[in-house]
Design a protein around this ligand. Structure first.
Ligand code: ZN
Length: 415
C-alpha cells in the first residue's frame, strides 16, 4: 500500500504520478500509470507542479520573538538596549514558542529544514521533532555566556532523535571564543562524529580582530584551529580573499550565504559566483528573524541570484538551475541529508506543490523561473517532509495555537 499518491502533477514540462511509501519516493511514472494503485492518501496534482523544498542552512529560529524591535539603529546599541535584556529572560517555553513560529513561517515559504544556533536546545530539538521538519541544532560555545545554553541536555537526547533531527557543534564566532575552545570543538567533532556550524568572516571588524590577534584572515584562523572540515557550515563569509576561497573549496566546507541579513546590517557581500566557480558548496540561508527580518527562503533565493548577477556585472554569472541546486540538493547535503533535495525514485520524500492558478504562472514560461524570480510564498500549496504532510491547501495543523503561544512568549520577554 502506498502512503501518498500524487496524481497528474507537473514535473519538468510533463505530467507524472508520484508515489511515496516509508518516507521515500517509490514510483515516478507518466500521469495515469498509477491511477488504480491503492493509497492511504491521494492528492489531485492537476493544478500544481512539484519541486524539491528549500533547506535553510543558517538561522536562529527563536529570534522570531525579537523581530522588528528598533531595527535601524547601530548594532551595539540595538544589542544592549533591545536584544540582550530580552534574551536574559529566555525560557525553554519561550524558545519552543519562537522556534515553532519560525518553523511555521518556513513551511509557508516551502522550507523543510533549518540549521540552528540558539539557546535552550532541548526545546528546539523537541519542537523540530514535533513539527516534522528536518533540523540540525547546535551545541553552543560562547565566552562569558552560559545562561540558557544546555549542551549536555541536548547531547543526552542524541540517541532518541529521529534521523531527520540531529546535532552540530556551534561555536558562535572567532571573536566570542578562544583558540583553546575552537581546538577543543574540533577534537569533539572527531570524538562525537558531529558537524560544525559557525559564523565566519561576517564583518570587517571580525577580519580586523583576526588580523590583530592571530595575524591571518578569519578563514585562515578557523583552519588553523581545525574547524574547516567537509561537514562544516560557514555562515556569511562576506570578507574572504582568493586564498580563503581556495582553502574553503579544498577543505570541502559549505557556505551559508545570508544576503538579506548582510544587506540589512551592511556587513558586506559574499562573492557567490566566484565561490561557485571555485567549487565551494554554496547554500542560502535566512539568518535569524531579528536581522533579516523575514524567513522566506523563496525571497532569499531570488535576492541571492540577483545580487550575484549584479556583483559579477553579468546576468549569466549564476544560472537559475545553479541557484536552484544550491538551495535544494546542495543545501540538504550540507546539513547531512544526502538522500534529500531531489524528486527521484529512492530519494527521501521531501517536496512542495506549487499552485499554478495565479498571475505568476498564467503567462506561461518556465515554472521554476516563475517560482524563483516572480512568485511569492502564497503559491506554495502543500509541503511534505520525509513522507509527512506538513501543510496541505495552505493549512498547517495547529497554526492558531502556535501564533497564540508566540504572542504570550513575546509579552513575557518584554514585561
Ligand atoms: Zn547568524
Amino acid at each position: 500500500m502506498i502512503d501518498i499518491l500524487i496524481r497528474n502533477v507537473g514535473f519538468h514540462g510533463r505530467r507524472i504520478d508520484l508515489a511515496i511509501r516509508g518516507g521515500r519516493f517509490v514510483a515516478l511514472e507518466a500521469a495515469g500509470t498509477l491511477k488504480d494503485t491503492p493509497a492511504a492518501q491521494t492528492i489531485d496534482g492537476t493544478p500544481f507542479f512539484v519541486r524539491p523544498p528549500f533547506y535553510n542552512t543558517h538561522t536562529h529560529q527563536a529570534m522570531t520573538l525579537l523581530r522588528g524591535i528598533d531595527d535601524d539603529c547601530a548594532l551595539m546599541d540595538w544589542l544592549t538596549r533591545c536584544i540582550w535584556p530580552r534574551e536574559a529572560k529566555l525560557t525553554q517555553e519561550a524558545v519552543a514558542a519562537g522556534t515553532a513560529l519560525a518553523i511555521a513561517e518556513g513551511i509557508r515559504s516551502g522550507c523543510v529544514a533549518f540549521n540552528d544556533m540558539y539557546f535552550h536546545q532541548p526545546a528546539v530539538l523537541r519542537t523540530a521533532v514535533e513539527a516534522g521538519v528536518r533540523a540540525r541544532v547546535g551545541l553552543m560555545y560562547m565566552n562569558q555566556v552560559s545562561d540558557h545554553i544546555e549542551n549536555d541536555a541536548a547531547l543526552a537526547m542524541r540517541d532518541e532523535l529521529p534521523p531527520t533531527v540531529g546535532l552540530s557543534l556551534a561555536p558562535h564566532a572567532l571573536y566570542t571564543t578562544t583558540s583553546e575552545t575552537l581546538r577543543d570543538v574540533a577534537a569533539q567533532a572527531d570524538r562525537l562524529g558531529l558537524p560544525i556550524h559557525i559564523h565566519a568572516a561576517e564583518t570587517e571588524s571580525e577580519t580586523a580582530i583576526a588580523k590583530e590577534r592571530y595575524g591571518c584572515t578569519p578563514i585562515g584562523y578557523l583552519d588553523r584551529c581545525g574547524l574547516l572540515r567537509p561537514d562544516t557550515v560557514l555562515a556569511h563569509c562576506c570578507h574572504i580573499t582568493d586564498e580563503d576561497i581556495e582553502l574553503i573549496a579544498q577543505r570541502g566546507c559549505a557556505v551559508a550565504h545570508c544576503p538579506h541579513s548582510n544587506l540589512k546590517l551592511a556587513s558586506g557581500l559574499f562573492p557567490l559566483a566566484k565561490a561557485m566557480q571555485a567549487g565551494i558548496r554554496v547554500t542560502v540561508a535566512t539568518d535569524g528573524a531579528a536581522s533579516n527580518n523575514g524567513l522566506s527562503m523563496l525571497a532569499e533565493t531570488k535576492t541571492a541570484a540577483l545580487l550575484a548577477k549584479y556583483a559579477a556585472g553579468s546576468p549569466d554569472a549564476v544560472s537559475l538551475g545553479r541557484i536552484d541546486r544550491a538551495v535544494t540538493e546542495d543545501a540538504a547535503a550540507a546539513l547531512g541529508f544526502v538522500n534529500a533535495g531531489r524528486i527521484a525514485v529512492g530519494a527521501d520524500a521531501d517536496l512542495i506543490l506549487i499552485d499554478t492558478r495565479s498571475t505568476f504562472f498564467a503567462g506561461g514560461g518556465d515554472p521554476d523561473a516563475n517560482f524563483i524570480y516572480a512568485a511569492d510564498s502564497s503559491c506554495v500549496d502543500t509541503v511534505i517532509c520525509a513522507g509527512r504532510v506538513l501543510m496541505r491547501s495552505r493549512s498547517i495543523p495547529g497554526e492558531e495555537a502556535i501564533l497564540e503561544r508566540a504572542r504570550r512568549a513575546v509579552q513575557m520577554l518584554a514585561g
